[in-house]
Design a protein around this ligand. Structure first.
Ligand code: NDP
Length: 293
């Protein structure tokens, strides 16, 4: 039976670490600030935004909230982002996706100052990630890496299989695993013999968006299985991309859904807000990263 990785516990650890750093900044008269922009009334997005604000409150980060009507023009949204880019009191900008169809998401993400891009989606930050110098990393994949490392698993030299190649999860997860010296295979909808590929994984990250896609016979004995999937079943229950009950019997470590990767995304967002604030203040971050940007 696998050890079940407790994402709630690890995410709380990270939020507490951020909280401590925020307290140290407060002694210097600095309070990090995150602007959260929500366009329209998508109920799932409203829940995500509410949870992000709650996390800000918990760690002591100030949150500015912009709830805009769904028919707002692209230009008005871009103007707001421009104002926030120039506002030195705002350290992070998050635009909750998806956006209404009349707004070009790519244009909006490009408009955010990379130093304030706490989601880590701006091509500049993706570029830094690909050359191994990222400081603002996409929150969900960065959360997966924390779950693996804080469970005591060494990624170095391991065969890592990422199932899914989206820009927000699969691709950055593959780059982060490579940076940790994993040997990485990325699978997608055109991958041949996907079962065999996944079975080669000492570490498997599933980001497919298909309920129970990864079955017990697709993983190797002792694999570390990280399930990013969030799928809503007809009965209203949440389920991951991994068949938990089958895989739990073979894996050495496994994340549940809910309570695995989900809570990590917001914890890593808080960490990114803190980092963004420090970068803007010109802190060295130990590795001179402030100078890279
Ligand atoms: P996308 O739909 O953007 O990407 C899905 C990926 O899975 C694609 O690369 C696709 O391949 C691949 N795929 C789809 N079907 C198959 C198949 N039959 N065999 C192999 N590969 C397949 O999803 P996201 O990356 O945005 O999200 C993935 C999951 O993670 C979703 O359930 C989402 O809800 C969840 N999620 C959870 C988060 C969290 O905080 N825990 C945050 C973000 C996402 P191809 O590229 O060839 O089409």
């Amino acid at each position: 039976m696998a050890y079940i990785i407790d994402g709630k516990k690890i995410s709380l650890e990270i939020k507490n670490e951020v909280k401590n750093e925020v307290l140290k900044l407060a002694e210097k008269g600095v309070k990090p600030c995150l602007a959260v922009i929500l366009v329209g009334e998508n109920p799932a997005s409203q829940v995500y935004v509410r949870n992000k604000k709650k996390a800000c409150e918990y760690v002591g980060i100030k949150s500015l909230s912009y709830e805009l009507p769904s028919d707002i023009s692209e230009n008005k949204l871009l103007e707001l982002i421009d104002d926030l880019n120039k506002n030195s009191e705002c350290n992070g900008i998050l635009v909750q996706l998806p956006l209404p169809k009349h707004i070009d998401e790519e244009k909006v993400l490009l408009a955010i100052d990379p130093k304030k891009d706490v989601d880590g989606f701006h091509p500049y930050n993706v570029g830094l990630l690909s050359v191994g110098k990222a400081f603002l990393k996409a929150c969900t994949p960065a959360g997966c890496i924390e779950l693996i490392k804080r469970s005591g698993v060494d990624i170095s030299g391991k065969n890592c299989v990422v199932v899914g190649r989206s820009n927000i999860v699969g691709k950055p997860a593959a780059m982060l695993l490579t940076a940790e010296n994993g040997t990485v295979t990325v699978c997608h909808s055109k991958t041949k013999n996907i079962d065999e590929e996944i079975r080669r994984g000492d570490i498997v990250i599933a980001a497919v968006g298909k309920p129970n896609f990864i079955k017990g016979d697709m993983i190797s004995d002792g694999a570390v299985v990280i399930d990013v999937g969030i799928n809503r079943l007809e009965n209203g229950k949440l389920c991951g991309d991994v068949d938990f009950y089958e895989c739990e019997k073979k894996a050495s470590f496994i994340t549940p859904v809910p309570g695995g990767v989900g809570p990590m995304t917001i914890a890593m967002l808080m960490k990114n807000c803190l980092l963004a604030c420090e970068i803007q203040l010109g802190f060295e971050l130990g590795k001179n990263r402030a100078k890279d940007i």
